[in-house]
Write a protein that binds this ligand. Structure first.
Ligand SMILES: Cc1ncc(COP(=O)(O)O)c(C=O)c1O
Length: 524
């Protein structure tokens, strides 16, 4: 009975499909026109004019280096002078599945021809499927609240924690402490955190550069700061204050790729349970493969989820869409009532379809395992390379979230040199490796961030170390230049890549088949 139903639905929805097809045809024509316009007009605008326009019309909240990125795909960045760079930054981990990933881009473009934003005042097909996909991929039954940016997601996660505090029975005693004893409820954060750029995130930041220019900051009276990784300080804060939630990143990426002790979050969880405090983990940067696991917290909870509330963004939509989600245990999530929180764009069909494709791409390309093995390899090699360099304090990380800590502001200088130090890969000159620095735990250090797309081949990462050695002025840089022997391994790697591709296609076919069986069952 399934196939006749398919036909009936197709015929019934024929006007909708006709409008989508017409739209797709128009979009294809418009894409061609835009491409022509780009090649003949936009691309011909002299760099000097662009620089002047930028100076005159764009606020100077970022000062990127001079090269202008013309295109980015997979792990390559192409500048306007025909140079190609290895992307070692991955848009702060938004491009885990590679720049302009075709599967994610395809899903995004197709969904765009069905509709633009519908608003949550209307139901759409993609949102429930996306939420279900996330639950399945993460192996949890947490409910999903869609938002847009990472900052909105983590701020929303804290708002949800407050809502739970105000409503859940389990917080009754703490609420009466507040009402009758004036013990103000507090949210505990970590020093050196990064949760984005809203007033709330700035107030929670311990970095004066992010916080001080925006004084007076909101909500400061409800915030308590403790050292990241310090269980005693956290316990003391829980004893001293009337705490609602503890908010942390599983690994502090912006804060310098800081990895806490293996048992830190288990102890945190125990403390939270003992003191009736919600654990909110910000997985905006660590989520979805970056650390070699679907979630950064998986490393600390034996592959399970330990937080009560989670925020996800960046690579959630494969870098193709501004999309984030808050996920919370069902009993907490169910406390929210209609219209208490929301967003015009959160959970659009386009964002939801893009998230579905991005999550499947991560799984089908086995990018968590790839990040783990590539990360282990790179970390070991980097430790060897940096061992004797006096300017380097530490090399650390998990998966492909790696940081090289440098004295003073040295990281900026090294990043700049690395971007301008070429190396050869498969006979092609790569202009340099492009990443940027982040701040260290103290003001005296800076960190070179290495977070390439998880799809970048191991032999390419390997080859790039020669240019890093040159950028570091390593006396034995030649040792890191790829030899003929390693090229032979490249041929082996190419074979390996073909094998991977076949496995990937098989997985996609199997997934298609399983989905088909599922809809058949649902229709029966
Ligand atoms: C852990 C964490 N939370 C929140 C954010 C903010 O995300 P967005 O820039 O999408 O607002 C970031 C951004 O880097 C982040 O790393």
């Amino acid at each position: 009975m399934f196939w006749p139903k398919v036909l009936v639905r197709l015929l019934r929805n024929e006007p909708a499909f006709r409008s989508v097809l017409r739209n797709r045809a128009q979009i294809a024509a418009e894409e061609l026109a835009a491409l022509l316009r780009f090649m003949l007009i936009d691309q011909q605008i002299p760099p000097k004019t662009l620089a002047e326009l930028e100076q005159q019309a764009v606020m100077r909240n970022y000062v990127p280096p001079r090269p202008l990125v013309l295109a980015a795909n997979d792990w390559w960045l192409h500048d306007e002078d025909g140079n190609v760079y290895l992307d070692y930054q991955g848009a702060y981990s938004a491009n885990n599945a590679g720049n302009a990933n075709p599967r994610v881009t395809g899903a995004n473009h197709l969904a765009a021809s069905f509709s633009s934003v519908l608003s949550r005042a209307r139901r759409n097909r993609q949102l429930p499927l996306m939420a279900h996909e996330l639950q399945r991929a993460l192996g949890i039954d947490y409910k999903v609240l869609p938002m847009n940016s990472g900052c909105e997601a983590i701020e929303g996660a804290v708002l949800l924690a407050k809502l739970v505090f105000n409503r859940a029975e389990r917080f009754g005693a703490k609420r009466s402490d507040w009402f009758y004893q004036g013990k103000q409820p507090k949210v505990v954060f970590c020093q050196n955190n990064f949760h984005g750029r809203s007033s709330w995130a700035k107030a929670a930041s311990s970095n004066p550069a992010y916080r001080d220019p925006f004084e007076p900051n909101c909500c400061e009276s409800e915030m308590v700061n403790v050292e990241f990784g310090n269980v005693e300080q956290l316990a003391a804060a829980f004893e001293q204050y009337n705490c609602i939630a503890f908010v942390a990143e599983p690994i502090q990426c912006e804060g310098g790729m800081n990895v806490p002790a293996a048992d830190y979050f288990r102890q945190v969880r125990e403390l939270c349970d003992r003191h009736n405090v919600l654990l909110v983990l910000d997985e905006v940067q660590t989520g979805l493969g970056r650390t070699g696991a679907m979630l950064g917290q998986h490393h600390f909870f034996d592959g399970r989820v330990g937080a009560d509330i989670i925020s996800l963004a960046k690579s959630l939509s494969g870098g193709q869409e501004v999309a984030s989600v808050i996920m919370a245990r069902p009993e907490l999530a169910d406390l929210i009532r209609p219209s208490e929180h929301g967003s015009t764009f959160g959970g659009t069909p386009k964002a939801s379809a893009t998230i579905r494709a991005a999550v499947r791409e991560l799984e089908d390309r086995e990018l968590c395992a790839a990040a783990r093995s590539k990360g282990d390899y790179l970390l070991a090699k980097l430790r060897m390379l940096c061992e004797s360099r006096p300017e380097i304090i530490d090399v650390r990380g998990v998966g492909l979230a790696i940081g090289i800590e440098v004295h003073g502001h040295g990281a900026d200088e090294i990043c700049d040199r690395w971007r301008r130090t070429s190396f050869v890969y498969h006979g092609r000159e790569i202009r340099g490796c492009w990443t940027n620095s982040t701040h260290g735990i103290t003001d005296e250090t800076t960190v070179i961030r290495l977070s390439p797309p998880l799809t970048a081949p191991t032999d390419l990462l390997d080859a790039s170390l020669y240019s890093l050695a040159l950028a570091l002025k390593h006396p034995e840089a030649e040792k890191y230049r790829r030899t003929d022997l390693e090229s032979a391994r490249s041929a082996y790697e190419r074979g390996h890549r073909v094998g991977n591709e076949m496995r990937y296609l098989k997985k996609r076919a199997r997934r298609f088949w399983n989905d088909l069986q599922w809809v058949k069952k649902e229709n029966s």
